[in-house]
Design a protein around this ligand. Structure first.
Ligand SMILES: NC(=O)c1ccc[n+]([C@@H]2O[C@H](COP(=O)([O-])OP(=O)(O)OC[C@H]3O[C@@H](n4cnc5c(N)ncnc54)[C@H](O)[C@@H]3O)[C@@H](O)[C@H]2O)c1
Length: 350
């Protein structure tokens, strides 16, 4: 696969196009966006053509990146699959389990590679952690804390699709950021949550934007246990103070503890009792945009390389639509477990 088209010419399309421009033998065909201005400004920077219809872009492409808002993923992914084109669908997979199930079933019946945009799997420090776990260097794992804190709900003053109810809460902090963390917990441990163990709290701190009510959470905290007994704590936030912002993972094993925080991007710590070893994180290739954390831009590059390679080599593994559906189920369970129903009742009004 060489020719790649993108549906949706917003922020994340730019991360994909930047990464694509660094990959040999890959070519950006162009974009389709309902907002022609966005499409035109995009091709001015990244090249390729603007297409007036999604179908026309899909026809011209061998693979399609679905980078439209969450409530469009099902329609766009199915359009591309119907035309036998490889798909890379941004997260979260869809806005409901029903949609995600249809997408997964359609992908499994198709003859193409349908990948989920779980790019955090490709972060170098995540892969270092995965090797440490697999090689039993941390020992039996007791717990994982994975936190992702931003301040975008405070910085972004405009009311957008992320703030309304069209994406059924999947565009709030838990759906938007937490879906990556849900996938990472699976990627690292391949074990499901024990539903009865899960407690969740979601909150909307920035309640209005442009005089409209924000109908999604901007803070969520989850506690639960996996079937393999590992305790999990997930925190997602879009309303943190600057000094708290960043992505962090801590894993406690019976032998050693692993700690990483993007605030100290080049080092992860391996802790053995009182001994703390500072270990190096590999240098990234691409520069990260402002407000994104270390290794973010590179993770899109690795994701694209892997997806493209998977279309040529059957044995190359990708985060599949099966993985997308699994994470969607966990997300939906977390929504149900939210003990503070303010976001739910706000949605019910609409
Ligand atoms: N992998 C990641 O780390 C990551 C990060 C940010 C966003 N995302 C995901 O990427 C997707 C897009 O997010 P974004 O931040 O780029 O949003 P955005 O608002 O910046 O861009 C969305 C674009 O889609 C266009 N659009 C809206 N409806 C459309 C339709 N029906 N057909 C075609 N285009 C349409 C809009 O005009 C806009 O240009 C979301 O699903 C989001 O969750 C992933």
């Amino acid at each position: 696969m060489k020719k790649i088209g993108i549906i949706g010419a917003g922020g994340i399309a730019r991360a994909h196009a930047t990464a694509l421009s660094t990959i040999k033998n890959a070519e950006l065909v162009g974009v389709y966006d309902i907002n022609q201005q966005n499409a035109e400004s995009f091709v001015k920077t990244f090249g390729g053509k603007t297409y007036e219809k999604a179908d026309e872009l899909i026809d011209a492409s061998e693979g399609v990146i679905v980078a439209s808002p969450n409530f469009c993923h099902k329609e766009h992914a199915l359009q591309a699959l119907a035309k036998h084109k490889h798909v890379l669908c941004e997260k979260p997979m869809a806005i409901s389990l029903e949609e995600a199930s249809i997408m997964k079933d359609t992908a499994e019946r198709s003859d193409v590679r349908a990948s989920m945009g779980f790019n955090y799997r490709y972060l170098s420090y995540v892969n270092i952690l995965k090797s440490l776990i697999i090689n039993n260097e941390l020992g039996n794992i007791l717990s994982i804390k994975v936190h992702f804190k931003k301040n975008s709900a405070i910085r972004r003053k405009k009311f957008t699709w992320r703030d309304d109810a069209n994406s059924k809460k999947t565009s709030g902090s838990l759906g938007d950021l937490g879906i990556h963390l849900i996938d990472l917990v699976w990627y690292l441990f391949e074990s499901d949550f024990i539903p009865e163990s899960v407690r969740a709290k979601m909150n909307t701190n920035v309640k209005t934007k442009e005089d409209k009510q924000v109908l999604v959470d901007d803070y969520a905290e989850i506690y639960g246990q996996l079937k393999n007994k590992v305790f999990v704590n997930i925190i997602t936030s879009k309303c943190s103070v600057p000094e708290d912002c960043g992505f962090s993972i801590e894993v406690v094993g019976h032998k050693k503890e692993f700690k990483y925080h993007t605030g100290n991007p080049h080092v992860y710590k391996l802790i053995d009792g009182l001994n703390v070893a500072d270990c190096s994180v590999p240098q990234s290739l691409l520069n990260d945009p402002p407000n994104e954390f270390y290794g973010w831009a590179d993770s899109f590059r690795s994701e694209l390389i892997n997806w493209i390679e998977s279309t040529q080599k059957e044995w190359v593994e990708i985060p599949s639509f099966h993985d997308g559906l699994r994470s969607q189920k966990v997300l939906e369970m977390f929504f149900e477990k939210d003990c503070d129903s303010q976001t739910r009742s706000a949605l019910a009004v609409n």
